[in-house]
Design a protein around this ligand. Sequence first.
Ligand code: HEC
Ligand code: HEC
Length: 228
Amino acid sequence: MLSKSAAKAFFLIGTGISFLAFVGLTYDTFRQIPARTHADQITPEVARGKEIWDHKNCMGCHTIFGEGAYYAPELTKVMERRGEVFVRGMLRDPAAMYPGQRQMVQYDFTDAEIDDLVAFLTWIGHVDTNGFPADPPLRQHLAPAASADGRPLVFQQTCIACHSVGGAGGNVGPALDGVGTRRDADYLTRWLHDPSAVKPEARMPQLGLSDAQVTELVTYLGTLRTEH
Ligand code: HEC
Ligand code: HEC
C-alpha cells in the first residue's frame, strides 16, 4: 500500500513524464512535417488545387490520408493507381468514366481548374505517409486487375477499368481480345484520339491521350490477335 505522500509523488512524477514525452513527440512530428510533405514542392497550382478541393467539399465523399467520408474511393494514391488520363476524365465527366454507377458530381471544371486539382493530387501522392494505406495495402484492392505482360502503363491504369483482356478487367466496353485482327492501326489511332469522331453515338469518352500514348496503345492493341 502506498502512503498518501508516495501516491502523490507517483502521480506528479508520472504525469510529468507523460507530459514531457507528449511534448517531445509533438515537437518531433512538427519538425518532420516539412520534409515528409515536400513542402518546397507546394507550387501555386498545388495551392489552388487544395482551395478547389476544400471549396467543392470533395472530402464530403472522399478521404485523403484516411480523413474524410467513406462514400467514395480513397484518393491519397489515386494518381499512381489510376493515372492522369483517368483522373482528368473523371473530373471532366464522371458519368462517362463510371457509366450507370452511383455517380460523382459533374462539376463543369475548366481545364485550368483540372490542372490545379491534378497538381494537388499529384503532390498529395508524394507525401511520405509512413506506409499509409496500411498493410494489407488498400491500394492493391483498389487497383484494377492487371497483369504485367508489357502493357503500357496507361492501359493498365485507365483502359482496364472499362475493358477486359484475357478475362480480367472491366465490362463497360467490349473485351479487347482479338481487337488487333478486327481493327487496323489507322482506325485504332482515330478511335483513341476521339471515339465520337469515328462513331457519333460512342459511349467511350474522349480521354485526352497524348500522341505518344496513342502510338504506344495502338502498337499494344495490334498484338492482341487471339480471342479469349
Ligand atoms: C457526392 C460525392 C462526391 C463528391 C463531392 C466528390 N466525389 Fe469524386 N467520386 C465519387 C464517387 C461515388 C466516385 C466513384 C465513381 C462512381 O461510382 O461514380 C468518385 C470517384 C472519383 C475519382 C476516381 C477515383 C477512382 O479510384 O476511380 C476521382 C479522381 C475523384 N472522384 C475526385 C474528386 C474530386 C477532386 C472531388 C472534388 C472536386 C470529388 N471527387 C468530389 C463521389 C464524389
Ligand atoms: C469509361 C469507359 C472506357 C474507358 C476508360 C475506355 N474505353 Fe474503350 N470503349 C468503351 C466503350 C463503352 C466502347 C464500345 C464502343 C462505344 O460505344 O463507345 C469502347 C470501345 C473501344 C474500342 C473499339 C473496340 C472495337 O472492337 O471496335 C477500342 C479499341 C477501345 N475501346 C480501346 C480503349 C483503350 C485503348 C482505352 C484506354 C486508353 C479505352 N478504350 C478506355 C469504354 C471505355
